[in-house]
Design a protein around this ligand. Sequence first.
Ligand code: BG6
Length: 524
Amino acid sequence: MSNSTQKVTEAPEHTFVLFGATGDLAQRKLFPALFSLYLGGALSSQYSVVGVARRKLDTAEFRQKVRDAIEEFSRQPVPDENTWNQFIQHFSYVALDVNNANHFCDLDDHISKVEKERGVEEQNRMFYLAMAPEFFGTVTTNLKSCNLTKNQGWKRLIIEKPFGWDYQSAEELNKELRQVFEEEEIYRIDHYLGKEMVQNIEVIRFANSIFRPVWNNQAIANVQITSSETVGVEDRASYYDKAGALRDMIQNHMLQMVMMIAMEPPSRLKNEAIRDEKVKVLRSLRRYSEIDVKDHVVRGQYQAGKLKGEQVPGYRDENNVDDDSQTETFVAARLYIDNFRWAGVPFYLRTGKRLAGKSTEIVIQFHDMPKNLYFNPNGNLNPNLLVIRVSPAEGISLLLNAKHPGQNEETVVPVKMEFSQEEDKSSPEAYERLLHDALVGDSTFFTRWDEVSLAWKFVDPIARAFNSDVGPELSFYDAGSYGPKRADELLQEDGFFWWPFHVEAPSAEAKKEPLEAAVSTKQP
Ligand code: BG6
């Protein structure tokens, strides 16, 4: 498993074949990630990057594009021209039409030439598909037909989401991929699993004995997982208007966080043992029938509103979105994990676009204290909360109750134990961790096929209900708000409410503020 405190492991010699090399993901995330890995000594001097895309570019133009991307998006600047030249000399480019099988044979020639020039010792090949999912099957089939996957060393495939559209299409896609790659060779990316604090959940849970006796339904009243965004649909309507928040966020990122919180301790901290335990959570997840969905799931869509002082349009007024689009840009859901540890504990999820703040956060709410305690005469003692802030302000806080200094013991005030991870430019980004893990063959933080398939089996009836008369109605919310009222009612039905989320790191000065805000919103 990756561990940033350990010395970074150098990736073995390889050729990195990047499909979608002129696309957004490559510019924003992948080139900067490769550059950081190089600067950090994680790429051996024996590597080649072959960019592949439809557009015609020569090597110099492609290298310039990589340079532009790194200057704009890399967390680390180019230290000097010599280092840059050392890094970029490994990059070349091939223009290719993915539907033309002959082009793959040209690609094979190019890669063989690059490997020969490198004086290849290990003919390892990493294929990364940073492109629209409808091409995944065609690309892998063509890779095989031109023998690109008949190399001597290892071959691996990194594939972006969405993995399918529902269970059936995911299964078909998987079958296609499996004609060419073994399951162990397929690295399905869920970038949330590359986030520092998502990886940290495992360490917090299993490296601290204080959590062992309380991580269950005897001590925990509910779990709230929020991933809220301020951005709207941006220029992605052609994808998003079909996917909606359910497929875009719940099926993958949100369920991954549920699994990390709810899984049993693995028998070993090794990839398959961890993934086995995660899968068991999905197996225990209560599946809703279409008719049940409206009782547990809320779907919303943003309308025009004010965000950070600016007026922003409603979803239906965004480019390429129909005037009467029924697509949800917000989902809140109540989940139950029907096993011994979690029976009766609701897991509340909420995610949406154009909300009041950008934040990903997990709140573990512990049971209330008995009301007859002498220092809890009004029953308004705050419950203990463990808050895991995934972003933007990485950290953990524990909310406790203590005596107000200088006053009698009946004056109880909430105090917060706070651990804030400094925003640290030296800490790797999600894509760096994930690329490095894939290059060294560690699949812990990638999604296995059984996880994907079970996640779809949970989501499919919800998606069907959304498209039918029995599903929940679309609730509208103003851009810049916290989502539709119905999402609040979902928790009120159980006597709970959403805890406010942090949108920035608590400064030393303002450390008490989010807590006070939280406490002041505690409802009777
Ligand atoms: C992506 C979704 O997977 O995750 C986007 O497709 C969403 O719609 C993004 O904006 C959120 O990621 P993050 O890391 O900004 O929380």
